[in-house]
Structures are given as C-alpha cells and as structure tokens.
Design a protein around this ligand. Sequence first.
Ligand code: DAH
Length: 335
Amino acid sequence: MKEDLGKLKDEAEKKIRQAKDEKELDGVRIEFLGRKQGRVTHILRNLKDLPPEDKPLIGGLVNKLKQFIQKEIKEKKKEIEKKEIEGYIDITLPGKKPLLGRLHPITQTIREIKSIFIGLGFRVVSGPEIETEYYNFEALNMPRYHPARDEQDSFYLDDNYLLRTQTSPVQIRVMQKESPPIRIIAPGRCYRRDAVDASHFPMFHQIEGLAVDKKITFSDLKGSLTYFVHQMFGRDTKLRFRPSFFPFTEPSAEVDISCIMCKGSGCRVCSGKGWLEILGAGMVDPEVFKKVGYDPEKYQGFAFGMGPDRICMLKYGIDDIRLFFQNDLRFLEQF
Ligand code: DAH
C-alpha cells in the first residue's frame, strides 16, 4: 500500500509538471482529487475497509499525499498564469514618454535679456500694469495733447486709469522711491489699441532700462547696449545708433543691429535693408529728473526700452506675433 502511494505521488507530480495550460492542469486535479472518481479520493473513501491497525498510518499518508498534490497544483497554476500575462504584455516595448512642460519662448527671451543686464549690475524691478495718466504720460514729459500720445492709443479704464502703454512709468516709480545710483531693468506686459496683424498685438512685452548716477554719459549707454547686443546676438553683430525722438530722453536714438539672418547683405527678414531696429534709447531728459525731484545739474542717466517679443521673433525667424499667444502646442513645443 505504501509503495502504491509512492507511485501515485510520482505520477501526479509528473503530470502536474507536464500540464501546459489551466485546462490540462484541471484534468490532473480531477484525475487525482476529483470528488467522484479521483484516485486519491477513492483510497480515502475505502480506508474504512482496512484492518483497524493499518488505518492511522495509511490514513495519515494518504492525507499528506492529498495536501502535496493540492500544493503542487496551486504552484503550477501560478506559473501558468504568469506565462499567460507575459504573452500579452511585451515588456520590450518602449515606455510612454511623460509630457514635459517648458518655458514660453518669450519667457526664455526675457530671462536671457535679464541675465545679461544682471551681469552688468542691473537689478530687476516691476511696476503695475494698470497705471495712472501721470505715470504713464505726464511724468514722462508727455502732457495731455502731446502728439506722442496719439502713437500709443490706450485702453482707458476711466478718466485717470489706463493699461500701461509702455514700461517707462516704472522709471518714474523707481526714481521717486530711491536716490541715485540706480541701475534697473523692468520687464512686463504693455497694452495698446492696435489692430491685430502679423506684427501687432494689443498685449505685448517691453523691457525698460534705466541707469542714473553722476557723470553718466552717452558712451555709457553705447557701451552697455553694445555689450548686450554682443551677448545676445553674437560678437560679430554690428550696432547703429540713429537719431530719433522720445519725449523723456534728450538726445534720443533708435538702435539697429546688422541683420542676424543675412549679416547685413539684405534678406526677407530685414526687408533688404541689412538692419533690424531693436530698441529705443537716450539720455534721461532733465524735465523727467525735475518731476521726480532729482537735480539735473547733479545727475545724468540713460534709458532704453526694447520689445522682447520682436527680439524673440528675430532670433527664431518667427514671422507672426499671434503665434505667441494662441497656445498651440505644435508651435510651443519647438522651443
Ligand atoms: N517707451 C518707448 C516706447 O514704448 C520705448 C523707449 C524709448 C523707452 C526710449 C525708453 C527710451 O526708456 O529711452 O516706444
């Protein structure tokens, strides 16, 4: 009897090992442990016919065999399931790439400009986007009915408040609070009632710059802007200071750089001129100093204002400003 049980055990073990799927494994279970015909079940059921002295020993052995087969079947089942899952999941496939956010190209450009001026000892400040007429125009030597106001058609909120048309009012706010020496840049949003087209948008960005101290001259302005242009666009970029007019600077200049696309020979980006206008600048007008209580005999200063939107467009060859503000990922993901 003992030997029979040993053989039965070997046979069950072999059949379990050879089972290829759950169906075959279930067949093995029924063969040995099935409630009606199972071979082990059969022995258990007939224990009562054994001589009483054999019952405890054989009974124990058969029960052990039953537990052994149950355990083996359970383990084999796990193994089969695991293989099936591996069949469905191809673990060699590349994983899904998580979507990474990125900085808007204008933010990147503003950060680049900021870091260049920080390197020159300038501090970054900001001012309100809702301004008063006084800060946006009056204090900048643009009294009511001054023709320069027409060029900056404004969004008025009421008789006094408007959305700032330029970052220049930040100059006034800083000078009212602090005394020279001052070296600041002020990036931020500006608003004008412009019709939307490829180069105009009612909301745009400016970066204002201001340096005030004793003995500041036009050469300091030229040196600082030349350093900036060389850092931003490369050392071989040329600068051209053209006489111009702004109410808050005297003398005033507009600064062109040699076209960064064609290097000056003339192309579509510079409309064949070889030059690109990138900013306005000048020496702070004594009238502005008087408005903030600085003595123009004692202090001089230079100021400049540039449009990072346009600079970003030039840098990347973008021909439509509207692309910046449409939030189309196909555009934004390129930067
Ligand atoms: N605020 C001027 C504009 O919006 C730009 C500008 C020109 C700013 C000359 C300046 C400056 O500080 O000196 O057109």
